[in-house]
Design a protein around this ligand. Structure first.
Ligand SMILES: Nc1nc2c(ncn2[C@@H]2O[C@H](COP(=O)(O)OP(=O)(O)OP(=O)(O)O)[C@@H](O)[C@H]2O)c(=O)[nH]1
Ligand SMILES: [Mg+2]
Length: 376
């Protein structure tokens, strides 16, 4: 996309670092940087070929000279590498902004400089991927898996407008994987709920591997919602521990119970924890998936086990059954895994466009379907 003015963005994350990298791009970039950058060699940037890296000093607003390295990326694009940390980078960016350039978030730079919008979105999404597995899928999209798939479907429709079964099947497959695609950058939310004292916090701690929640032998210990992010089989998962559900006259506990009840309905999956040594407590009706977990199964007499496959016997204390529980959580959240290199939709915008293409195709409007596919 052609830029109307000069933009500046910090490419390195904020925080401590040895070097901060700042991108400057747009018409007049070289002239602007020349006005404030003095190369040690004395040769102005405009006289140097693209690809050159130049050391010199940068005149900041406080008139102090910052030492920087400038890389010439193109006729209208340079990268300035200053000392790391927020202060030095801000000094460089502020002087450029004072001369008319616009500071933008790095995500916008990706959109401006990357001609393919899907690839630009993949680049932004990649930075938010928390596991190797999710990053690998997004990397596939960055390298063109989704773009190629969309183009093949569009070309297939144009070639054979009377045979819409194969393109519809491919579009449906994209939509099947779309919920997973959205979780490549956002962990699934797994809510641990149940009656007081059944071992919800103990289960949370056992699953994350450290003492995130307070465990106590009295009911009503956990009040607020407590979260911890972990990965199960390489999929990012946010676990939420909550107050035990019961009628309480204690206003503080009642507030926690209300939060728990509201949070359950917004989760991707609820682990409904019960005490294996006591009678079951029915899980409230929810519009989300529920796994019933019978905790404290270490206290059951030897030989007693759960025959119902929908009940999972575990012990947060001994770790018994936790592997199976993790497997069931993953099966429930990720029922379909993309093949290696397969196209995956990963933003709501992409999913909406594909849904529109399916609607158009189902109504027999193949031209509109192709337009939706190429709009991405
Ligand atoms: N034997 C046994 N005891 C357990 C197990 N899990 C938890 N407990 C005990 O049960 C008691 C309650 O555990 P918590 O994890 O605090 O229970 P909770 O459901 O979070 O309780 P609230 O926050 O009060 O609702 C503690 O004394 C734990 O040590 C288990 O698997 N086996
Ligand atoms: Mg608790």
């Amino acid at each position: 996309m052609k830029l109307a003015g000069i933009i500046i963005a910090q490419l390195t994350p904020s925080g401590r670092g040895a070097v901060a990298s700042i991108l400057v791009a747009g018409p007049g970039t070289i002239d602007l940087v020349n006005r404030i950058f003095s190369p040690a060699s004395g040769q102005p940037l405009g006289e140097l070929p693209v690809g050159r890296v130049v050391f010199g000093s940068f005149q900041s607003l406080s008139d102090a000279a910052e030492e920087v390295v400038v890389g010439l990326h193109g006729p209208e694009q340079v990268e300035i590498h200053s000392h790391g940390g927020a202060f030095a980078a801000a000094a460089v960016m502020n002087v450029l902004a004072a001369k008319g350039a616009k500071i933008v978030p790095w995500q916008q730079v990706a959109e401006h400089l990357e001609p393919d919008r899907v690839v630009a979105e993949a680049r932004v999404a990649l930075a938010a991927a928390r596991t190797e597995k999710t990053a690998a899928i997004l990397l596939g999209q960055y390298h063109g898996a989704l773009r190629k798939c969309l183009e093949e479907i569009a070309a297939g429709i144009e070639r054979q407008p009377d045979n819409l079964v194969p393109p519809l099947a491919r579009l449906h497959r994209l939509l099947v994987l779309a919920p997973l695609g959205e979780h490549l950058t956002q962990p699934w939310r797994v809510f641990i709920a149940g009656a007081p004292n059944v071992g919800k916090s103990s289960l949370m701690n056992a699953l994350v591997g450290y003492q995130r929640s307070i465990v106590f032998d009295q009911p009503g210990t956990t009040r607020d919602l407590l979260t911890a992010v972990t990965a199960l089989d390489g999929w990012p998962i946010e676990l939420v521990d909550s107050a035990g559900l019961r009628e309480s006259i204690d206003a503080l506990e009642a507030a926690g119970v209300a939060r728990a009840a509201a949070g359950m309905a917004e989760a991707d999956l609820v682990l409904w924890v019960e005490d294996a040594t006591s009678a079951s407590v029915a899980c409230p009706q929810l519009g989300v998936g529920v796994l019933i977990v019978r905790n404290k199964s270490d206290l059951l007499p030897p030989g007693v086990s759960f025959t119902d496959r929908d009940l999972l016997g575990v012990s947060a204390l001994t770790g018994q059954g936790l592997d199976q529980l993790c497997q069931r959580i993953v099966q429930q959240l990720v029922p379909t895994v993309p093949a290696r290199g397969e196209a995956v939709l990963f933003t709501p915008r992409q999913e909406q466009a594909i849904q529109n293409a399916v609607t158009a195709l189902s109504a027999g409007d193949s031209r509109l379907a192709v337009a939706w596919l190429r709009s991405l």
